[in-house]
Design a protein around this ligand. Structure first.
Ligand code: FNR
Length: 385
């Protein structure tokens, strides 16, 4: 039987996660929009590139240190924003990820839709943290959240621009998942099959909306109803001039997440963003868009050498991170790779995910002949398709 100890790669963690959490929750994590073409492409895109090792370099000492959004990071990857962590790990929720990230000295991103509040997340570790914002229609509430993030010591802000409305996630429609999970006649059997999860969930405050104390403890029929309710919170007439305004008000490292073209990357830079996150939300939003890895070269050419580029989507192996860096990215962020660990074993599971990727990345660097991050370059990669 698979245990955390016996997991040797991120896919193993995915199999253990599927065993640990009720299947609607696992489908919520693993699923994508429509036909999941983009979800698959995010992985397949890496297969279009080969790593070209440079032989006989001195790799007796290697350093994986770099900077991510103004933070020192021991590795060129970090934890991306994922909402509702209490569904995957009712007991620890976001605290699992933020503590594990601090142990590995990599940044952690807290989602607007965290189950735990920004303040709780901040106090849980001394590590560097970023705050991911969805822009809310309620300006007062939005300003309040920004102020709270600043006071809680978050170092950078990440504006997600690809979620003006929720994606069409058919797995959730089929499973009847409610957010937060609710015990109904239909769901009770699904949840009873994972009693350890159910006990944790009933004992926890997994249904709370950490940053919106006035909001649900939702009582909504299904996940689509939830998405619609949440979508109503979002500002739908958001433009680049609003982004410019936010960037100025924040005044620190600021990323635009959800960039899928060179032209939008340039617009984000013109608006003052320090960082471009190439992302399609892990294939969960608009199906049929480009995958982040295949955009790196053209976006780097468009924005020049000094803008920070992060690849977000499909990272499951250390070699994926290496390929992204060789193509011109500065770092990568982890969605499902870390959530699988979270579902599989809370903080210990996230640590397992990070340790697997760390070991894989270090081995890749050595075998490719690189002793530091800045040595990874175009000579280490070729496109084959
Ligand atoms: C997400 N993602 C996400 N993004 C965001 O900006 N705010 C959020 O609240 C969430 N929530 C969320 C929940 C879950 C369960 C998943 C899987 C993803 C998207 C996430 O930050 C990231 O962009 C993708 O997950 C990257 O793709 P991979 O790494 O999962 O392939």
């Amino acid at each position: 039987m698979l245990t955390l100890k016996s997991c040797i790669n991120i896919d193993d963690l995915g199999r253990l996660a599927a065993w640990k959490v009720p299947f609607p929750v696992n489908d919520y994590v693993e699923g994508g929009a429509d036909d999941e073409v983009t979800l698959r492409r995010n992985r397949e895109g890496f297969g279009d590139y080969q790593i070209v090792p440079q032989g006989l370099q001195d790799v007796s000492q290697i350093s994986t240190h770099t900077r991510i959004m103004g933070c020192d990071s021991a590795l060129p990857f970090y934890i991306s924003a994922t909402g509702f962590s209490g569904m995957m790990c009712p007991k620890e929720a976001e605290l699992a990820g933020v503590r594990a990230a601090a142990k590995f000295a990599v940044p952690y991103t807290a989602s607007t839709f965290s189950n735990r509040s920004l303040e709780e997340i901040s106090q849980a570790s001394a590590g560097d943290k970023l705050f991911q914002v969805y822009v809310l229609d309620d300006e007062k509430l939005a300003a309040e959240l920004n102020q709270r993030a600043r006071q809680a010591g978050f170092k950078g802000m990440v504006l997600t621009i690809d979620t003006i409305v929720g994606g069409n996630r058919e797995r959730d429609a089929r499973s009847g998942l409610t957010i937060p999970p609710k015990l109904t006649m239909k769901s009770v059997m699904q949840y009873m099959l994972r009693p350890w999860w159910l006990i944790g969930y009933l004992q926890s405050d997994g249904a709370s909306m950490g940053n919106f104390p006035h909001m649900p403890k939702v009582s909504l029929k299904d996940s689509q109803a939830f998405v619609i309710a949440m979508s109503k919170l979002f500002k739908k007439d958001l433009t680049w001039s609003d982004a410019e305004d936010m960037i100025q008000k924040w005044g620190g490292p600021f990323a635009v997440k959800g960039i899928m073209s060179a032209s939008d990357a340039v617009r984000a830079c013109q608006a003052g963003a320090s960082t471009i996150i190439l992302s399609n939300h892990g294939g969960r939003q608009l199906d049929g868009v480009p995958s982040p890895i295949e955009l790196v070269e053209e976006v780097r050419a468009a924005v020049g050498p000094d803008v920070e580029i992060i690849v977000d989507g499909g990272i499951r192996r250390g070699t994926d991170v290496f390929k992204a860096l060789a193509l011109g990215a500065n770092s990568c962020s982890l969605g499902r790779a870390y959530v699988r660990g979270l579902s599989a074993g809370g903080q210990a599971g996230v640590e397992k995910a990070l340790s697997i990727l760390k070991a894989e990345f270090e081995r890749c660097m050595i075998l490719a002949g690189c002793s530091s991050i800045d040595q990874i370059g175009p000579e280490h990669i070729r496109r084959i398709r």
